[in-house]
Design a protein around this ligand. Structure first.
Ligand code: NAD
Ligand code: UD1
Length: 334
């Protein structure tokens, strides 16, 4: 019998791509999302790609009664937990809202899981939990939680710790902590992708807005970093590769806490990303060099060896695939 998976945040950017992979692999999927940062139309797009429309619950994780009802009727085998707020500057302005939504939301989820005997969870963590390290190549065994620069990052760290404590109490509980590096790109169909409200903070969504003519130019935050071309380097990962990482994790969950970096291991600089976008679109992107952004590290990337060795997962798509799929998504959305 196929497994039933509840995906929180399943209409969001990474969640929707993962739901497509789950449905295509024959899982039964239900989505829970309050639609704070996503649109109901995503369900139709999922259906167009995967041939099935998952059952949808418009529920906020902070609404314990509604959440409990979803679980009472659910009979879920596992939860993949994407739901959360993720804008770094907003988390500095609204720390209480971030702690409440992300941390209290996860506590409610765990209580609902406990009351209905659901023993498996995969959590969307972030490379941000590593804080500042001596080496820019992050390995899962490094200490986390030190010198984190914002409340968003601390919610991820705290939730990881909560999941570790909970699993220590229940020997049957199975946790997958997936530390994402920089998710980018879109579904090759052009139907799903990242479409944030307002002015984006992150590099690729900002580039997309400039390419669409909705923002005048890209500001490159600093070209005087100690890197080869002076701009910051990050480990960008295609969202479809990232979605597949969740499938691999689901297959390899075991009692206790399993932690994996999901990244490519190959960093790209801001200038390299801009050049790749310009190459793919055939147009120059309006851009200028601006001051450094507070809190940015010069460079970091994933050591993805553990995921490859234990999950049999590694990235397959390149930065050029990211750009092709992003341009296709822009074209299909306009
Ligand atoms: P997203 O905003 O597109 O998706 C998150 C979804 O969660 C949204 O649809 C939103 O409406 C929903 N949501 C938020 N709070 C909720 C609540 N209280 N109850 C119910 N639904 C709620 O974000 P994403 O980029 O798909 O990220 C998914 C997860 O991955 C997040 O937890 C994020 O912190 C984490 N993550 C993202 C990145 C990234 O760069 N995108 C990097 C590392 C980690
Ligand atoms: C940021 C968050 C991180 C979060 C991640 C999600 C900060 C300090 N960190 O990471 O916690 O998990 O997003 O993907 O906010 N850049 C520009 N111009 C722009 C936008 C970005 O030059 O308009 C540069 C940045 O300086 C950085 C690189 O592009 O060097 C990537 O930026 P971004 O996409 O925001 O990701 P991170 O900073 O790595």
């Amino acid at each position: 019998m196929s497994q039933r998976i509840l995906v929180t945040g399943g209409t969001g950017y990474i969640g929707s791509h993962t739901v497509v992979e789950l449905l295509s692999a024959g899982y039964e999927v239900e989505i829970l999302d309050n639609l704070y940062n996503s649109k109901i139309e995503v369900l139709d797009k999922i259906e167009q790609i995967a041939g099935t429309k998952p059952k949808f619950h418009k529920v906020d994780l902070l609404d314990m009664n509604a959440l409990q009802e979803v679980f009472n009727g659910g009979n879920f085998d596992a939860v993949i937990h994407f739901a959360g707020l993720k804008a770094v500057p907003e988390s500095v302005e609204k720390p209480l809202e971030y702690y409440e939504n992300n941390v209290a939301g996860t506590l409610n989820l765990l209580k609902a899981m406990r009351s209905t005997g659901v023993k498996k969870i995969i959590f969307s963590s972030s490379a941000t939990v590593y804080g500042i390290q001596e080496s820019p190549e992050y390995v899962e065994t490094m200490q986390t939680g030190g010198q984190l620069s914002n409340p968003y990052g601390r919610t991820k760290y705290f939730i990881e710790e909560i999941l570790k404590d909970y699993s220590a109490m229940d020997p049957d509980f199975q946790v997958g902590l997936l530390r994402y590096f920089n998710p980018v790109g879109a579904h090759p169909s052009g139907l799903l992708g990242e479409d944030p409200n307002g002015i984006p903070n992150n590099l690729m969504p900002f580039i997309m807005r400039v390419a669409e003519g909705r923002l005048p130019e890209l500001k490159i935050f600093g070209d005087d970093y100690p890197t080869e071309d002076g701009t910051c380097r990050r480990d960008y990962i295609h969202v479809v590769d990232l979605a597949k990482g969740h499938m691999a994790m689901l297959d390899h969950l075991k009692p206790g806490v399993s932690i994996f970096n999901l990244g490519s291991g190959k960093p790209s600089s801001v200038k390299e990303i801009v050049s790749a976008f310009e190459r793919a679109s055939g147009k120059e992107l309006p851009k200028s060099i601006a001051a450094r952004r507070a809190g940015d590290l010069p460079e970091f990337w994933a050591n993805p060896s553990k995921a490859e060795a234990e999950l049999g997962w590694k990235t397959e798509l390149t930065i050029d695939d990211v750009m092709r799929d992003t341009l296709n998504f822009i074209e299909k959305s306009n």
